[in-house]
Structures are given as C-alpha cells and as structure tokens.
Design a protein around this ligand. Sequence first.
Ligand SMILES: [Zn+2]
Length: 278
Amino acid sequence: MNFTKFIGLSISLLVPIFSANSALSAHSIKLYTIDCGSYDVADMKSLSSIGAYDGQKLPMANPCFLIRHPKGDLLWETGHVDSLADNINGEVGGVWHAKLKTKLVVQLAQLNIKPQDIEYLSLSHVHPDHAGNANKFDSSMFIVNELEHKYMFSEPVISYFGEYYSALDKAKTIAFSDEYDVFDDGSVVIKSMPGLTPGSSVLLVRLNKTGKILLTGDLYLHAQGRKLNTVLQYNVKAVTLDSRIKFEVLVKKENARVIIQHDKQDFERLPVFPKYLN
Ligand SMILES: [Zn+2]
C-alpha cells in the first residue's frame, strides 16, 4: 500500500509535443473526481531528499478521475485497492496510513457504470495507490507510457505490486512515448513526466466551462512541495526536476489550473462526486 523503494531504470528524456487543439467535443466533456482513499503520513521525512519536512505530518487525498467524453470514458487512476474499505481502520505501512471509505466500483455504480463499461484506462504510474483496482479494468483499452509498461512488468516491480495490475498484461494496450491524445481531438492528453517512475505521466483536460486542468499524478505530492520544488526520496531527482520544468512551461502555455492529486486542499476544492466539472 505504501510507496516502496524506487527501482532505477534508465529513463529517456522525452520532449512533449503539443497536439492540435480542437474544441470540437469539449462542450460535453465531464470530469468527475472520485474519492479513492486517503493517506495520513506520520512523518514527511521521505517527501524531501534534503530533509525539508522531517517530523511533520501530512493528510493526503488519493482521488481517481473519470472523464466522460462522447467517444467514451477514461478512468485516470484506480486508487487504493477496494478491499481496503473492508477494514475501517485502514492499513498502515511504515509512516503511511491508508484508508478508503467507499469502494471505487460502488461509486462508479452510482453512475450505472460497471468496470467493463470503461473504454479507456490510464494510470499516472503503477504504484499501488494509483493501480490498486487496475485488475478490474482489464477489458478497457490500457493507455500507458511504453517505459512504464516495460517497468511495471519487469522484476522486481511485478513481484512487489503485480497483484494489483497483473491482469493488464493481457489487456488491449496503447503504449506511447511522449504523449497521447486519447480522443484525437486535443481535449484529453496524457503527457509523460518521468521521475518517480520511468513513465510517470500527467493528464491535461480541456473543459468548455472550467477551462484547462492539469492533473499532476505524483509529479508533485502537495502544494508546499511544488512551491519549494522538493523531491520525494524515491525519485530520480534530476529527471523529476527536468519534468517539472516542462510541466511549469505547460501550465503557463495552457493557462491551466493545476490539481495536485494528493493535495488535500486541491481535492476538497473539486466538486464532490457525483457532481463534476465541465
Ligand atoms: Zn501516489
């Protein structure tokens, strides 16, 4: 359930190429934020490679996002594994205390969606707080950075975390390098931002009323970390910092609202499911 040691692989630095913008179908895109659990971090020591937060505590959100587009549904992240909700006290792994109130499948059912109805699945990266329920979505088209795909099915990563996502090895898969335009209209674009893992990614969503949203994955973990540009101990620091430079250029270029996915305040500012942004 917790972050574990980073397994170093050689990482290609990839320059995102901006795809053509089209507002063709942006009017009917909906972005739902789903509460896929939380973390209470007893000591933020590991959140900085230079000891910036030693001894501090941090409550973290752990959302999933459902994007409903006329061409299909994309689930971005699958959260903590649903079985965590069976234990009201959650689960403790080191300084990480994970909890889940309501199972993802139960929340999706509120919209009459079953896992097999989801056309597209993508994860910012394969750590268990993001890939916890991935096995349930093996009938979706799995969209993944090609280096992340190689990483997640390599040893020892598959032995550590495979119980959550191993069924995806047989899923229909689109493996991309630098970016992927999910609906081919510029409205929902996955962009590679490596550092925590070799193929970590962020998601750009262009909404008609709300404007542009950038979901960070774990490129940043909390607002202060973005402000101070601190890097989790498990990251490849230089690669992460390079990705962040590209990310901040993208934020300015798109004039996008940044949602740091694990940041509790960012999460609480979003509409409560099943309300949505459009
Ligand atoms: Zn995470």
